[in-house]
Design a protein around this ligand. Structure first.
Ligand SMILES: [Cu+2]
Length: 141
């Protein structure tokens, strides 16, 4: 009698575990890059972002539409494995702080968002040029 009770207990644990996997498998398999578009124009950053979630691959596409050289710098990917693609060259590292953009050029920055909150970015050439991205934690979505 008591051994049968234990078996049912195991089946329940298995069902709960499978159910949990099933629920979490969805977002994992449909996981795709979340894209942020940042345009530099008239010495200003204009950022277009959707809801950004933690731990997801993030792509920041920066485009300089000015006739001036600008810089997109931030501590948001500091210490994180980051890939920066510019002029057909890919730089990869953990200590990357940003990217310089010549007039009418663009760059693509890839990393995994791991810290929630507001993340500021700025142009080191023109210190009054700033912008920010907002990261929500997964639980808040
Ligand atoms: Cu600038």
């Amino acid at each position: 009698m008591s051994s049968q009770k234990i078996q049912w207990g195991w089946i329940l644990v298995l069902a709960v575990t499978l159910g949990f996997w099933w629920d979490t498998a969805g977002p994992v398999f449909s996981q795709s890059e979340q894209i942020v578009e940042v345009t530099v124009k008239d010495f200003k950053f204009v950022a277009k972002q959707g809801v950004l979630r933690l731990g997801f691959p993030t792509v920041i596409k920066v485009k300089n539409e000015d006739a001036q050289r600008h810089d997109f710098g931030s501590t948001m990917f500091e210490g994180l494995p980051t890939q920066i693609e510019k002029d057909g060259v890919i730089v990869y590292g953990r200590g990357l702080g940003g990217v310089f953009l010549d007039p009418k050029r663009d760059a693509v920055i890839r990393f995994n968002m791991t810290r929630p909150g507001k993340h500021e970015f700025r142009c080191s050439i023109h210190p009054n040029m700033t912008g920010e991205l907002l990261l929500l934690s997964a639980e808040a979505v």
